[in-house]
Design a binder for this molecule. Structure first.
Ligand code: SF4
Length: 348
């Protein structure tokens, strides 16, 4: 989103407009502006730990990422027998919403009933996700409303806010701190790369010499790579767009997908090509937004999710440890096999 919102004000695709975005939201009247990338880092901590646990205890493999609601609805509908492969970790938007009304509300002495949480997303499917009945683990609807990048751009314009005349501002603490690993979530292959950065260091106890896993980058429909992690050759695959996802799922059903970890994003190019992003979106623009994301990652001081100090603090003060009881209660979820006929004929 940070690499696309500027397009609604004539900035080049891939331009980073984070500071203007925060300032604009403050002018619209929001008391606090946080970064969903904070919860993307947390997702990586949990998904990476889930991968390690499944590999070491003989759990269901390959583990498949669950951070794209369009993809989740697709697998629930067309490949329900494969649901046990999905990571049970909630998506960053929902993790954020649940924490805003529990951890943050507690810290600030707020009544969660008075916290109204709005997400700005590249994605129309996240509107559906926020309304799933299981997304109320805070005791309230975790995310109250979801606006897309385009919708927010229109709101800014209606309010007379122009990015070329606004001083940049920073996210609020502590849920505004994030790493480069979270920033690359928006590009196909980004979740995989972020997970590999963390899983490698957590498993081996060694520091990576390079954090860039270039084999999982790029706009090829299906990418594969093998990454040496200690004694283990971790086999991974990445697909974006549902045609490519179908290809991988068919192979998995036939027993022909010998992977440990699969990343799937519903939209072509990943979230940078999401249905709520500024239009037009074409191959060239997707490439520019992806380049913007990797440039932003390369410029960040912290580039691995497990190094996020606010995430470390959250575990110490509130969650305990990765895959711990509290996280499971609040931030893991379950999935629902869906009837294709019903989906076709109702607004479900
Ligand atoms: S890939 Fe598309 S459907 Fe999935 S989270 Fe991103 S924008 Fe939403």
């Amino acid at each position: 989103m940070r690499v696309a919102i500027g397009e609604t004000f004539g900035m080049a695709p891939g331009s980073i407009a984070t500071g203007q975005l925060v300032a604009g939201l403050k002018r619209l009247g929001f008391d606090r502006v946080f970064d969903t990338d904070f919860s993307a880092d947390l997702t990586i901590m949990e998904e990476g730990s889930e991968l390690i646990e499944r590999v070491t205890t003989g759990g269901v493999l390959p583990i498949i990422t669950s951070c794209s609601p369009g993809w989740i609805k697709f697998i629930e509908t067309f490949y329900p027998s494969l649901l046990p492969h999905l990571s049970t970790c909630k998506l960053p938007q929902q993790i954020f919403g649940a924490l805003a009304k529990t951890y943050y509300a507690e810290k600030e002495g707020l009544d969660p009933a008075n916290v109204y949480s709005m997400s700005i997303m590249p994605c129309t499917a996240k509107k559906f996700e926020a309304q799933r009945p299981e997304m109320d683990s805070s005791g309230h609807q975790d995310v109250d409303v979801v606006l897309t990048t385009r919708e927010l751009g229109r709101m800014f314009k209606q309010a007379g806010i122009d990015f070329s005349h606004i001083a940049e501002e920073k996210y609020d603490d502590p849920l505004g701190i994030s790493t480069g690993a979270a920033v690359i979530f928006g590009a196909t292959g980004g979740v995989m790369e972020a997970a590999l950065r963390t899983a490698y260091e957590l498993i081996t106890g060694e520091t990576l010499t390079s954090v860039e896993f270039v084999n999982v980058r790029g706009l090829e429909g299906v990418k594969e790579a093998t990454v040496k992690v200690g004694d283990l050759d971790v086999k991974v695959a990445v697909a974006h767009g549902l045609g490519n996802a179908r290809q991988l799922m068919d192979a998995l059903q036939k027993g022909e997908a010998d992977y440990h970890f699969i990343e799937i994003m519903c939209c072509p190019g990943g979230c940078i090509g999401g249905g709520g992003q500024p239009i037009p979106t074409n191959l060239e623009i997707r490439g520019q937004r992806i380049a913007g994301i990797y440039n932003a990652d390369a410029r960040m001081e912290l580039r691995k999710s497990h190094e996020n100090p606010a995430v470390q603090q959250l575990y110490q003060e509130f969650l305990g440890k990765p895959l711990g009881h509290k996280f499971h209660e609040l931030l893991h979820t379950h999935y629902t096999p869906r009837d294709r006929y019903k989906v076709k004929n109702t607004a479900d």
